[in-house]
Design a protein around this ligand. Structure first.
Ligand code: NAP
Length: 547
């Protein structure tokens, strides 16, 4: 079903630059999918506002050496066009950032998306106008847009986090952040480089740059669980095999709890004897990559089961790191495997066997200050030419709370979410009519393949908007009670898992002072999709749709 685009109102003296049905914030995977769906499939007028100077979202900004997808690229791409599938070939199991960006460009060009995108336009303010029932949106560069609907497609991992360290501004060397890496060349050859952070980004940078630099100092606060990516270059016959199975594979992703193409088992790790379990883990170790977490059904719900996987990974780390002291520092012991987002790597642990790499334990001796030449911990000084922050993001809520978003009665989103994000289905928040969030807090988002989440949200929102417009329902808003119930569901679901046992960004632990609430929905993509389908079937239960 399509609805006619409304004509632009040019009568007002302060007419916005764009007057459309839908303003979308962000031209990453989510924003582009939303634009194509609403404009090309549903006949709505759309303006996308994007902070970057090009499309691509995280894949535009995260240009650090070694950046690549850590979910199979076959599964980490759009599924809406068989023609797109036919003409696009991934060259490797996990595509590099430049290849993913080429894919995004290809999609933007193929579907002629750029004409409805304003680049270099960082949204600073979005205000709900109760009188006219519109969102007025303003960007830092002066661009303005008005839309009946506002879609925040800003990503869960896009607001970069750079810890404050005394004296950083005095450093004479180069300071870089993995998620804001310069577009031009960065010369690390023969440099003394320090890197802070050993999450998914650090784990990709470290083995990539270690062979180039004179010396690499890795400042680690918490050791991470990482399993081998088992990366491979795809051959023509690999690609032919993938293509032959693509429809079934896509169907499997859509119906899986994780959006990953790794078979899901109902078996407990405790149902089998040691030898069988060991062999099973070995098999997953050799192929599954991120899917190692799915080796048994209860790895994220039963600590004893989890310990078997954690012990297995620890034994592998022991095989990979030669120096016993370094090995111990790299071995995670304080939280369950998977409770913080697990990593996959290519040669991460082995990098610490190189003579030009030093691991610095900043849990024992925290970072103290930066001087013109050095990074200091409480007990030592490290002279550096380059300092890299691989310190991640203000996850899930950062990008939503940095702009000033004002809903009904001028209330800000920051105020409404001061004790943590409140959403209904992760899609809407009460008091903010006609505002939608794609793959944000309260939805499965980061707990599965986010591409599958994005496509499900795009379809849900598009159906809802078209139906509401056709029915003459201009205003859609989450019911406050439904929101409270959903947030409770999100909390209860997480309480039955081991996620609560780690200081992770799922819980807001990555930013001092951030409310400690579990943000993503941990019940799995499949259950969540069913829930959304039922809500739609019940006439969008939990949403006020006001004529
Ligand atoms: P991250 O997972 O949040 O890791 C940040 C790292 O920096 C952690 O080791 C953290 O230590 C450390 N850190 C943060 N603040 C610090 C401070 N004040 N002092 C010292 N150390 C500090 O961030 P990320 O590595 O950028 O990854 C974020 C997410 O992006 C990943 O989980 C993943 O979802 C996504 N990602 C995906 C890919 C991919 O698909 N290939 C690649 C990269 C990232 P603590 O653990 O002690 O906090």
């Amino acid at each position: 079903m399509t609805v006619p685009a409304r004509p632009i109102d040019t009568s007002s003296a302060s007419a916005p630059d764009f007057d459309v049905d839908v303003v979308v914030v962000g031209a990453g995977f989510a924003g582009l999918a939303m634009l194509r769906e609403l404009r090309d499939e549903r006949g709505m007028s759309v303006r996308v506002l994007e902070a970057g100077d090009d499309v691509g979202g995280v894949w535009y900004w995260n240009r650090y050496p070694g950046a690549r997808c850590d979910v199979d690229s076959t599964d980490y791409c759009y599924s809406f066009s068989s023609e797109l599938d036919e003409e696009w070939d991934w060259s490797e199991r996990y595509a590099t950032q430049p290849e993913i960006l080429r894919y995004v460009h290809h999609v933007a060009d193929k579907f002629d998306l750029r004409r409805d995108i304003s680049l270099g336009s960082r949204v600073t303010e979005a205000v709900w106008d109760e009188g006219t029932g519109h969102w007025d949106v303003r960007c830092g560069n002066g661009v303005t847009a008005r839309g009946r609907y506002l879609v925040m497609a800003t990503g869960c991992l896009s607001a970069t986090k750079r810890p404050e360290i005394d004296g950083l501004e005095s450093f004479r060397g180069q300071v870089l952040h993995t998620a804001d890496w310069p577009a031009g060349p960065v010369d690390l050859q023969e440099k003394r480089v320090g890197i802070i952070g050993t999450g998914s980004s650090g784990i990709q940078v470290i083995p990539t740059i270690a062979p180039l630099v004179e010396h690499l100092y890795v400042f680690q606060r918490t050791p991470t669980f990482s399993v081998p990516a088992q990366h491979q270059v795809l051959t023509d016959s690999d690609r032919a095999a993938i293509r032959a199975q693509l429809p079934e594979r896509r169907e499997m992703l859509r119906n899986s709890p994780t959006g990953l193409s790794v078979p899901v088992t109902r078996q407990s790790a405790l149902d089998v004897d040691d030898a069988e379990r060991q062999a099973h883990y070995e098999e997953y170790w050799e192929s599954a990559g991120f899917g190692f977490l799915l080796a048994y059904a209860d790895l994220l719900t039963n600590r004893e089961a989890n310990d078997t996987a954690a012990d297995f990974i620890r034994s592998k780390i022991a095989e990979r790191v030669e120096d016993p002291e370094v090995r111990e520092l790299l071995t995670p012991r304080s939280y369950p495997y998977g409770a913080k987002r697990p990593c996959v790597d290519t040669g991460f642990y082995e990098t610490f066997n190189r003579p030009n790499v030093t691991l610095v334990d900043i849990s024992a001796s925290p970072l103290a200050k930066v001087t013109e030449t050095s990074l200091h911990t409480m007990t030592a000084e490290y002279e550096l030419d380059v300092l890299i922050f691989a310190t991640g993001f203000d996850a899930m809520t950062g990008a939503l709370l940095r702009p000033e978003i004002r809903g009904r009665d001028g209330r800000t989103l920051r105020d409404h979410w001061s004790a943590g994000p409140l959403t209904y289905l992760g899609l809407m928040t009460s008091g903010f009519p006609n505002m939608f969030i794609v793959a944000g807090p309260g939805s499965p988002s980061l707990l599965g393949n986010v591409m599958v989440s994005i496509e499900q949200h795009v379809a849900f929102v598009a159906d809802l908007l078209v139906r509401s417009m056709a029915e003459g329902v201009p205003t859609i808003e989450a019911d406050a009670d439904a929101e409270v119930e959903w947030v409770q569901r999100v909390n209860d679901t997480a309480a039955n898992t081991l996620y609560m046992e780690a200081a992770s960004y799922y819980l807001g632990a990555e930013i001092p002072g951030k409310p400690r609430v579990f943000m993503p929905y941990a019940g799995g993509l499949r259950r969540y999709r069913r829930e959304c389908d039922e809500v739609a079937k019940d006439g969008y239960r939990g949403l006020h749709r006001r004529p």
